[in-house]
Design a protein around this ligand. Sequence first.
Ligand SMILES: *Cc1c(COP(=O)(O)O)cnc(C)c1O
Length: 223
Amino acid sequence: MSRIADTIHELQASLPEGVELVAVSKFHPVEALREAYGAGQRIFGESRVQELTDKVPRMPADVRWHFIGHLQSNKVKYLIGLTSLIESVDSPALLALIDRLSAERGVVTKVLMQVHVAAEETKFGFSPDELLDFFRSGAYRTLKATHICGLMAMATNTDDMTRVRADFHTASALQQEIRRICPDLRGFDTLSMGMSDDYRIAIDEGSTLVRIGTAIFGNRVYT
Ligand SMILES: *Cc1c(COP(=O)(O)O)cnc(C)c1O
């Protein structure tokens, strides 16, 4: 059996009940995705719109595609109806656009709100305060064709696992706070956090969706 298939089997066997695996396949060829698919993997994560739309027709129809990268507004239209989850909604304007295009297409799009809890300045996402303001405002109630399923977060890129754990803890606590503020928010259950180097800590802190690339497919060759 291939190394990719082995790793998928090991991960699937080791993840606790209630934690789903996204195989982050960005920058990897379709052949690698097919090996993972052959091992039973059905959720794949991509971070570039063009790469995702190229791969979709080359993979079986029951694959669930998650978009995990920064999404530019002019590219949203390509994802509507194609993705099972957009994990990286990082502004109210992007959310409004997804909602409008989904309504026009007659589909419901599932999304996660990306929250910025890491120390780096460069990462996209709502700050915790912006996110709390958004939910306090009740703006989510006006959505017609978008289901906000939860939050996505990345920890600080550091070897300091105390810091990583604290970041995940912040995201998890924020999700609970939002639930408390918005008791009418239904199905706000997903907490996407944890990558190859930190997914075990993320699961400890309440992750329900881990996004693992390198540990499955090896190092990416950036193009
Ligand atoms: C690339 C990427 C991952 C996967 O990271 P690995 O360290 O390769 O497991 C997870 N989440 C997001 C948002 C990514 O862009």
